[in-house]
Design a protein around this ligand. Structure first.
Ligand code: T5A
Length: 209
Protein backbone atom coordinates (compact mmCIF):
# COMPACT_ATOMS: atom_id res chain seq x y z
CA UNK A 1 0.00 0.00 0.00
CA UNK A 2 1.34 3.47 -0.80
CA UNK A 3 1.63 6.17 1.86
CA UNK A 4 -1.56 8.03 2.79
CA UNK A 5 -1.93 11.47 4.30
CA UNK A 6 -4.43 11.82 7.17
CA UNK A 7 -5.14 15.13 8.89
CA UNK A 8 -7.11 15.97 12.01
CA UNK A 9 -8.85 19.32 12.32
CA UNK A 10 -11.00 21.19 14.80
CA UNK A 11 -10.92 24.36 16.84
CA UNK A 12 -9.46 24.75 20.34
CA UNK A 13 -10.97 22.32 22.87
CA UNK A 14 -12.52 20.01 20.26
CA UNK A 15 -10.25 17.16 21.43
CA UNK A 16 -7.68 16.94 18.64
CA UNK A 17 -4.71 15.90 20.79
CA UNK A 18 -6.83 13.25 22.47
CA UNK A 19 -8.07 11.88 19.15
CA UNK A 20 -4.74 11.93 17.30
CA UNK A 21 -3.87 9.19 19.83
CA UNK A 22 -6.96 7.27 18.62
CA UNK A 23 -5.95 7.61 14.97
CA UNK A 24 -2.42 6.36 15.73
CA UNK A 25 -3.68 3.44 17.83
CA UNK A 26 -5.97 2.36 14.97
CA UNK A 27 -3.10 2.43 12.47
CA UNK A 28 -0.88 0.50 14.89
CA UNK A 29 -3.54 -2.21 15.24
CA UNK A 30 -3.55 -2.55 11.44
CA UNK A 31 0.30 -2.79 11.39
CA UNK A 32 0.57 0.32 9.25
CA UNK A 33 3.83 2.28 9.52
CA UNK A 34 3.22 5.96 10.04
CA UNK A 35 4.77 9.26 11.06
CA UNK A 36 2.91 11.42 13.59
CA UNK A 37 3.42 15.13 13.25
CA UNK A 38 1.70 18.51 13.61
CA UNK A 39 1.26 21.99 12.16
CA UNK A 40 2.44 24.59 12.58
CA UNK A 41 5.61 22.67 13.46
CA UNK A 42 6.96 19.21 12.83
CA UNK A 43 10.65 20.20 12.37
CA UNK A 44 12.90 22.25 14.70
CA UNK A 45 12.71 25.32 12.46
CA UNK A 46 8.95 24.99 11.87
CA UNK A 47 8.44 24.60 15.65
CA UNK A 48 10.37 27.87 16.14
CA UNK A 49 8.02 29.57 13.63
CA UNK A 50 5.06 28.10 15.57
CA UNK A 51 6.38 29.57 18.83
CA UNK A 52 6.75 32.97 17.12
CA UNK A 53 3.22 32.75 15.76
CA UNK A 54 1.57 31.78 19.06
CA UNK A 55 3.49 34.18 21.30
CA UNK A 56 1.32 36.99 22.74
CA UNK A 57 3.27 39.90 21.22
CA UNK A 58 2.68 43.39 22.60
CA UNK A 59 2.61 44.79 19.05
CA UNK A 60 -0.33 44.06 16.74
CA UNK A 61 0.28 40.94 14.64
CA UNK A 62 -0.88 41.54 11.09
CA UNK A 63 -3.04 38.79 9.58
CA UNK A 64 -0.76 38.59 6.55
CA UNK A 65 2.30 38.07 8.80
CA UNK A 66 0.45 35.24 10.51
CA UNK A 67 -0.48 33.71 7.15
CA UNK A 68 3.09 33.84 5.84
CA UNK A 69 4.50 32.33 9.06
CA UNK A 70 2.09 29.41 8.76
CA UNK A 71 3.02 28.76 5.13
CA UNK A 72 6.77 29.20 5.81
CA UNK A 73 6.51 26.54 8.52
CA UNK A 74 4.47 24.35 6.14
CA UNK A 75 7.08 24.55 3.35
CA UNK A 76 9.78 23.44 5.79
CA UNK A 77 7.61 20.66 7.24
CA UNK A 78 6.40 19.35 3.88
CA UNK A 79 9.83 19.11 2.34
CA UNK A 80 11.61 17.69 5.38
CA UNK A 81 8.99 15.38 6.91
CA UNK A 82 5.71 14.85 5.06
CA UNK A 83 6.84 14.29 1.47
CA UNK A 84 9.86 12.10 2.39
CA UNK A 85 7.61 9.89 4.55
CA UNK A 86 4.93 9.52 1.84
CA UNK A 87 7.63 8.77 -0.72
CA UNK A 88 8.99 6.00 1.55
CA UNK A 89 5.48 4.50 1.61
CA UNK A 90 4.73 5.50 5.21
CA UNK A 91 1.44 7.04 6.22
CA UNK A 92 1.43 10.52 7.76
CA UNK A 93 -0.89 11.59 10.59
CA UNK A 94 -0.83 15.36 10.91
CA UNK A 95 -2.53 17.38 13.66
CA UNK A 96 -3.86 20.27 11.48
CA UNK A 97 -2.87 21.24 7.94
CA UNK A 98 -4.00 23.77 5.32
CA UNK A 99 -7.71 23.47 6.17
CA UNK A 100 -6.72 25.20 9.45
CA UNK A 101 -5.23 28.07 7.44
CA UNK A 102 -8.50 28.50 5.53
CA UNK A 103 -10.49 28.32 8.77
CA UNK A 104 -8.27 30.56 10.98
CA UNK A 105 -6.63 33.01 8.57
CA UNK A 106 -9.27 32.87 5.82
CA UNK A 107 -12.48 32.91 7.84
CA UNK A 108 -11.21 33.89 11.33
CA UNK A 109 -8.95 36.77 10.17
CA UNK A 110 -11.09 37.38 7.08
CA UNK A 111 -8.13 37.41 4.68
CA UNK A 112 -8.77 37.14 0.96
CA UNK A 113 -9.25 33.41 0.23
CA UNK A 114 -7.70 33.80 -3.22
CA UNK A 115 -4.39 34.78 -1.54
CA UNK A 116 -4.54 31.58 0.47
CA UNK A 117 -5.19 29.54 -2.66
CA UNK A 118 -2.14 31.05 -4.37
CA UNK A 119 0.08 30.20 -1.38
CA UNK A 120 -1.45 26.73 -1.10
CA UNK A 121 -0.66 25.98 -4.72
CA UNK A 122 2.84 27.51 -4.46
CA UNK A 123 3.84 25.63 -1.29
CA UNK A 124 2.19 22.24 -1.75
CA UNK A 125 1.50 21.99 -5.53
CA UNK A 126 -1.37 19.51 -5.81
CA UNK A 127 -0.72 17.66 -2.53
CA UNK A 128 -3.92 17.35 -0.45
CA UNK A 129 -4.74 15.08 2.49
CA UNK A 130 -6.36 11.76 1.53
CA UNK A 131 -8.59 11.89 4.61
CA UNK A 132 -9.45 14.76 6.96
CA UNK A 133 -11.24 14.01 10.21
CA UNK A 134 -12.92 17.19 11.45
CA UNK A 135 -14.03 17.40 15.09
CA UNK A 136 -16.91 19.85 15.12
CA UNK A 137 -17.76 21.69 18.34
CA UNK A 138 -19.72 24.80 19.31
CA UNK A 139 -17.15 27.41 20.52
CA UNK A 140 -19.25 28.02 23.66
CA UNK A 141 -18.70 24.37 24.71
CA UNK A 142 -15.04 24.50 23.67
CA UNK A 143 -14.45 27.56 25.88
CA UNK A 144 -15.57 25.59 28.94
CA UNK A 145 -13.27 22.67 28.08
CA UNK A 146 -10.16 24.84 27.92
CA UNK A 147 -11.15 27.33 30.64
CA UNK A 148 -8.26 26.27 32.94
CA UNK A 149 -5.60 26.40 30.23
CA UNK A 150 -3.00 29.17 30.01
CA UNK A 151 -4.00 30.80 26.70
CA UNK A 152 -1.65 31.46 23.78
CA UNK A 153 -2.25 34.34 21.32
CA UNK A 154 -4.76 32.41 19.19
CA UNK A 155 -6.65 30.92 22.15
CA UNK A 156 -7.07 34.44 23.55
CA UNK A 157 -9.30 35.46 20.62
CA UNK A 158 -12.98 36.29 21.21
CA UNK A 159 -15.88 33.89 20.58
CA UNK A 160 -16.85 35.72 17.35
CA UNK A 161 -13.47 34.72 15.90
CA UNK A 162 -14.04 31.04 16.74
CA UNK A 163 -17.57 31.17 15.32
CA UNK A 164 -16.03 32.28 12.00
CA UNK A 165 -13.37 29.54 12.28
CA UNK A 166 -16.13 26.96 12.69
CA UNK A 167 -18.03 28.40 9.72
CA UNK A 168 -14.81 28.05 7.70
CA UNK A 169 -14.34 24.41 8.66
CA UNK A 170 -17.97 23.58 7.87
CA UNK A 171 -17.63 25.27 4.46
CA UNK A 172 -14.47 23.22 3.73
CA UNK A 173 -16.20 20.03 4.88
CA UNK A 174 -19.13 20.70 2.53
CA UNK A 175 -16.73 21.39 -0.36
CA UNK A 176 -14.26 18.47 -0.04
CA UNK A 177 -15.23 14.80 -0.11
CA UNK A 178 -12.12 13.81 1.88
CA UNK A 179 -13.73 15.28 5.04
CA UNK A 180 -15.34 13.10 7.70
CA UNK A 181 -17.08 15.25 10.30
CA UNK A 182 -17.47 13.93 13.85
CA UNK A 183 -19.72 15.62 16.43
CA UNK A 184 -17.18 16.42 19.18
CA UNK A 185 -19.86 17.39 21.72
CA UNK A 186 -20.56 13.69 22.34
CA UNK A 187 -18.95 11.84 25.27
CA UNK A 188 -15.26 11.20 24.62
CA UNK A 189 -15.69 7.42 24.33
CA UNK A 190 -18.24 7.91 21.53
CA UNK A 191 -16.06 10.46 19.71
CA UNK A 192 -13.11 8.05 19.93
CA UNK A 193 -15.23 5.17 18.59
CA UNK A 194 -16.36 7.27 15.61
CA UNK A 195 -12.83 8.48 14.85
CA UNK A 196 -11.55 4.88 14.99
CA UNK A 197 -14.45 3.89 12.68
CA UNK A 198 -13.47 6.59 10.12
CA UNK A 199 -9.86 5.38 10.13
CA UNK A 200 -10.87 1.71 9.93
CA UNK A 201 -13.12 2.40 6.91
CA UNK A 202 -10.37 4.42 5.26
CA UNK A 203 -7.81 1.61 5.76
CA UNK A 204 -10.26 -0.85 4.19
CA UNK A 205 -10.89 1.47 1.20
CA UNK A 206 -7.15 2.07 0.74
CA UNK A 207 -6.44 -1.66 0.67
CA UNK A 208 -8.78 -2.02 -2.32
CA UNK A 209 -7.05 0.71 -4.40
N1 T5A B 1 -3.29 27.57 13.35
C1 T5A B 1 -2.79 26.38 12.93
C2 T5A B 1 -3.60 28.58 12.43
O1 T5A B 1 -4.06 29.66 12.81
N2 T5A B 1 -3.40 28.34 11.10
C3 T5A B 1 -2.87 27.15 10.63
O2 T5A B 1 -2.70 27.00 9.41
C4 T5A B 1 -2.56 26.13 11.57
C5 T5A B 1 -1.98 24.83 11.11
C6 T5A B 1 -2.06 25.80 17.30
C7 T5A B 1 -2.78 27.02 16.84
O3 T5A B 1 -2.40 27.34 15.52
C8 T5A B 1 -3.50 27.80 14.79
C9 T5A B 1 -4.67 27.07 15.38
C10 T5A B 1 -4.30 26.94 16.83
O4 T5A B 1 -4.77 28.09 17.51
P1 T5A B 1 -2.92 23.44 18.13
O5 T5A B 1 -1.84 23.28 19.10
O6 T5A B 1 -3.22 22.32 17.25
O7 T5A B 1 -2.70 24.63 17.07
O8 T5A B 1 -4.19 24.00 18.90
P2 T5A B 1 -5.19 23.49 19.95
O9 T5A B 1 -6.52 23.44 19.29
O10 T5A B 1 -5.04 24.33 21.16
O11 T5A B 1 -4.76 21.99 20.16
P3 T5A B 1 -4.86 20.93 21.22
O12 T5A B 1 -3.93 19.89 20.74
O13 T5A B 1 -4.66 21.40 22.59
O14 T5A B 1 -6.29 20.33 21.01
P4 T5A B 1 -7.69 20.40 21.62
O15 T5A B 1 -8.64 20.23 20.52
O16 T5A B 1 -7.86 21.59 22.49
O17 T5A B 1 -7.80 19.06 22.37
P5 T5A B 1 -7.50 18.34 23.68
O18 T5A B 1 -7.43 16.95 23.28
O19 T5A B 1 -6.39 18.95 24.44
O20 T5A B 1 -8.89 18.55 24.47
C11 T5A B 1 -9.19 19.68 25.25
C12 T5A B 1 -9.84 19.25 26.58
O21 T5A B 1 -11.13 18.72 26.32
C13 T5A B 1 -11.26 17.39 26.84
C14 T5A B 1 -9.83 16.87 26.95
O22 T5A B 1 -9.72 15.85 27.94
C15 T5A B 1 -9.07 18.15 27.34
O23 T5A B 1 -9.20 18.38 28.71
N3 T5A B 1 -12.07 16.64 25.89
C16 T5A B 1 -13.36 16.31 26.11
N4 T5A B 1 -14.17 16.53 27.16
C17 T5A B 1 -15.45 16.05 27.04
N5 T5A B 1 -15.93 15.39 25.96
C18 T5A B 1 -15.14 15.15 24.90
N6 T5A B 1 -15.63 14.53 23.81
C19 T5A B 1 -13.79 15.63 24.95
N7 T5A B 1 -12.76 15.58 24.08
C20 T5A B 1 -11.73 16.21 24.66
Amino acid sequence: MKGRFITLEGSEGAGKSTNVDTVCATLESANIEFVRTREPGGTPMAEALRATMLEPWEETVDGLTELLLVFAARAQHLNNVILPALNRGQWVVCDRFTDATFAYQGYGRQLDLSKLEVLESWVQSDLQPDLTVYLDLDPAVAELRIADREKDRMESEQRAFFLRVREGYLARAAEHQRFQTVDASQPLAEVRAQVAGCIGDFIARSALQ
